[in-house]
Design a protein around this ligand. Structure first.
Ligand SMILES: [Zn+2]
Length: 142
């Protein structure tokens, strides 16, 4: 699942996927939603909704099996998993200390959809070994 070019930390997401991601997160409120994004390079051209296995309302966890299955399904259509997204129903669009400590995929873009204080904001990061690096998120038509 290596996809992110760290020399050029930009993640391009298709507008329809961006909107679908926000809508899914909105529909899951007040709970955290989560899922994966796939694409050809470091971009998101398809959204994969994944069940949040966490019983804690402000955490998320995806089973290893569902991640592997999604990765296989993405490969079938010529794509690779490129990003992970989840929502923050009531905290800012920045990784929580729990997020920072529990991210086993440093090569993926880490997107957070926040509804903090009623505003929708999407943050995009790379989290590598406790280090949070902002990634420029670009919404594209195609
Ligand atoms: Zn989080």
């Amino acid at each position: 699942m290596k996809n992110l070019d760290l020399r050029n930390p930009v993640f391009k997401i298709k507008k329809a996927v961006y909107e679908e991601m926000i809508l899914h997160c909105q529909e899951t409120l007040p709970y955290e939603a989560c899922g994966l994004l796939s694409g050809i390079q470091s971009n998101g051209t398809k959204l994969w909704k994944i069940k949040n296995e966490s019983l804690n309302s402000n955490r998320f966890s995806m089973s290893k099996e569902s991640i592997e299955l999604t990765s296989k399904n993405a490969n079938k259509i010529g794509e690779k998993i490129s990003g992970i997204f989840h929502s923050h129903p009531s905290s800012p669009a920045y990784p929580s200390s729990h997020d920072i400590g529990n991210t086993p995929y440093p090569d993926l873009a880490y997107l957070i959809v926040s509804f903090y204080k009623g505003n929708v904001e999407v943050g995009c990061f790379q989290i590598n070994d406790g280090l949070v690096i902002p990634i420029k998120l670009i919404v594209v038509d195609e």
